[in-house]
Ligand binder design. Structure first.
Ligand SMILES: *Cc1c(COP(=O)(O)O)cnc(C)c1O
Length: 379
C-alpha cells in the first residue's frame, strides 16, 4: 500500500528500461505494422494507442487500485458520459438521472427519450427519491458532488438499492477526482469523468474517461468508442498522463484553499447560498466527509450575489481570477453560471474554482473585489 502522492507520480508508468524515458512520449500513429491476421494490441489508431494504454492504466490505479477494473479514455467528458448512457440503454429501458446534473445532460436525456428510453429525474440532494427504483430501471446515474450546486448523495446506499433491482450504477466523479472519491469502492459499476477539469488541471486539454468494474462492461464501452470514434489525440493523452504526477499536490492545495475561501466568505451580508462540502455546517458536509477521501472536498465554492449586475461587478473587479468557465485549473477562475442558461441557478450565482495561488493573495483579491462590487460605480 502506498500513499496517494506516491501512487500519483508512478501511476501507469512502464517498467524501467535502460535508456528509455520514464514516461514514453506520445505515439502518433494512424496504423501499426500488421503482418498476417488483424490481431494483437495495436492494429488501427481508432481502436488502441500505446499512449492511451499507459494513461488508462494510470487512471485505473487511481480510481480502483485493488480490483480488476479497466479504464477507457475518451476525447472529452461528454464522450465518456454518452458512451455509458448510449451503450447501456436500449429501447424500453428506464434510467434514473439527477435533475441537477451537468448542464449538457438534459440534451442527452432528450436524445435517449427519442430512442425509446424512459428517463426519470430526481435531485442529487434527495437520496430517497433517487433510490425509489422499480425493476424496469437498468441504470442509475449519479453526480456527486454535483456541478455547480455542490450537493452530495450517498453512493453506497444508492448502489445497494440499484443492485437489489438489477440496475447498474454510474457516478460522475469529475469534481472529486479519483483522489477525492473512489466510486467503485463505494459500490458503483462505472466511474465516469471529465479529465478536462481538475484531473489534468492546466486548462489546456479536453479529455474524458470511464472506469468499469467488470471486463464485460469495459468491452462494451471500448467497442462504443471504436464505433463512434470519440478518441483522444495522443498528445492530449500524454499531457493528461504527465499532469497526473502533480494531482495530489494540486488537489490538496486547492481543497485547503477552497475551504479557507469559503470560511472567509461566511457571514458576508451580500452573499447567500454559500456552498462548499468542506464547510462543517454545509448541508452536504456529513455525507461528503464520510464518502470522500482525505478531506479533499474539491476546488469549487459556489455562492449567490444579489443580482446579475452585482455579480458582474464582482467578476470584473477580480485581478487574480479569470472570468472563464470550467474548473479545477491551477489558475483560479470564476463565472456567473446563469450566463449559459443550462443550470437552475439565480442570475447572481457564482461558481468559483480555486487554483494553486497563495491562499492569502487569492482570498484578499476576492474580498477586495466583493467590497468594490457593493455599490454600482458612480457616473
Ligand atoms: C465539464 C463536465 C462534464 C463534461 O466534460 P467535457 O470534458 O467538457 O466534455 C461532465 N460532467 C461534469 C460534472 C463536468 O463538470
Amino acid at each position: 500500500m502506498t500513499g496517494d502522492g506516491t501512487r500519483a507520480v508512478r501511476a501507469g508508468l512502464p517498467e524501467a528500461e535502460p535508456h528509455e524515458p520514464t514516461l514514453p512520449g506520445p505515439v502518433f500513429a494512424a496504423h501499426y505494422h500488421l503482418p498476417g491476421d488483424a490481431t494483437g494490441p495495436y492494429t488501427y489508431g481508432r481502436d488502441a494507442n500505446p499512449t492511451w494504454t499507459l494513461l488508462e492504466r494510470a487512471i485505473t490505479e487511481l480510481e480502483s487500485p485493488d480490483s480488476g477494473a479497466e479504464t477507457i479514455v475518451f476525447a472529452s467528458g461528454m464522450g465518456a458520459i454518452s458512451a455509458v448512457l448510449l451503450s447501456r440503454l436500449r429501447q424500453g429501458d428506464t434510467a434514473v438521472l439527477p435533475s441537477d446534473a451537468y448542464q449538457l445532460l438534459p440534451a442527452l436525456i432528450e436524445r435517449l427519450e427519442g430512442y425509446g428510453v424512459t428517463v426519470r429525474t430526481a435531485p442529487t440532494a434527495n437520496d430517497a427519491q433517487l433510490a425509489a427504483l422499480d425493476d424496469s430501471v437498468k441504470l442509475l446515474w449519479l453526480e456527486t458532488p454535483s456541478n455547480p450546486g455542490l450537493d452530495v448523495c450517498d453512493i453506497r446506499r444508492l448502489a445497494d438499492a440499484a443492485h437489489a433491482r438489477g440496475a447498474l450504477v454510474a457516478v460522475d466523479n469529475t469534481l472529486a477526482t479519483p483522489l477525492g472519491q473512489r466510486p467503485l469502492e463505494l459500490g458503483a459499476d462505472f466511474s465516469v469523468a471529465s479529465g478536462t477539469k481538475a484531473l489534468t488541471g492546466h486548462g489546456d486539454v479536453l479529455l474524458g474517461y470511464v472506469t468499469c468494474r467488470d471486463p464485460e462492461s469495459a468491452a462494451s464501452v471500448r467497442a462504443w468508442r471504436k464505433t463512434v470514434g470519440a478518441i483522444p489525440g495522443p498528445m492530449e493523452a500524454w499531457l493528461a498522463h504527465r499532469s497526473l504526477a502533480t494531482l495530489q499536490l494540486r488537489i490538496d492545495r486547492q481543497s485547503v484553499t477552497a475551504l479557507a475561501l469559503a470560511e472567509a466568505l461566511t457571514g458576508r451580508p451580500e452573499i447567500t447560498g454559500l456552498r462548499h462540502p468542506g464547510l462543517p455546517d454545509d448541508p452536504a458536509h456529513r455525507l461528503a466527509a464520510a464518502q470522500m477521501r482525505g478531506g479533499r472536498f474539491g476546488c469549487v465554492v459556489s455562492f449567490t450575489l444579489p443580482d446579475k449586475k452585482h455579480a458582474e461587478r464582482f467578476l470584473t473587479g477580480l485581478r487574480l481570477v479569470d472570468n472563464a468557465t470550467s474548473f479545477g485549473g491551477v489558475r483560479s477562475t470564476a463565472e456567473r453560471r446563469g450566463r449559459w442558461g443550462g443550470d437552475a441557478v439565480p442570475e447572481g450565482f457564482i461558481r468559483f474554482s480555486v487554483g494553486v495561488e497563495d491562499p492569502d493573495d487569492l482570498i484578499a483579491d476576492v474580498l477586495r473585489a466583493l467590497d468594490g462590487a457593493r455599490t454600482p460605480a458612480d457616473g
